[in-house]
Design a protein around this ligand. Structure first.
Ligand SMILES: [Zn+2]
Length: 81
């Protein structure tokens, strides 16, 4: 993963934290998705955590997600715009 990609992910995480009420966390795959989404585009789950704490916690994980030596992402938390 390039430093630019890590910075872009950190900036996105900061935007999500600043507007946490616009986001929710998929209970199926832990992806961050907009509140307007009825089904997760990744796993098609329809249950979401909407609590501010859960959204901010997922955003911090997204921004600080460690990257393996191979460049693969370790946790599955993902933001869907
Ligand atoms: Zn999902």
């Amino acid at each position: 993963m390039s430093p630019a990609h890590a910075l872009k992910r950190k900036v996105l995480a900061d935007k999500i934290v600043a507007r946490s009420w616009d986001w929710q966390v998929c209970q199926g795959c832990e992806a961050l998705v907009k509140r307007t989404v009825a089904h997760c585009p990744l796993c098609h789950a329809y249950r979401f955590e909407t609590g501010t704490f859960q959204v901010i916690d997922a955003a911090f994980k997204l921004g600080a997600r460690p990257v393996a030596e191979t460049g693969a992402y370790l946790p599955r938390t993902t933001a869907i715009l």
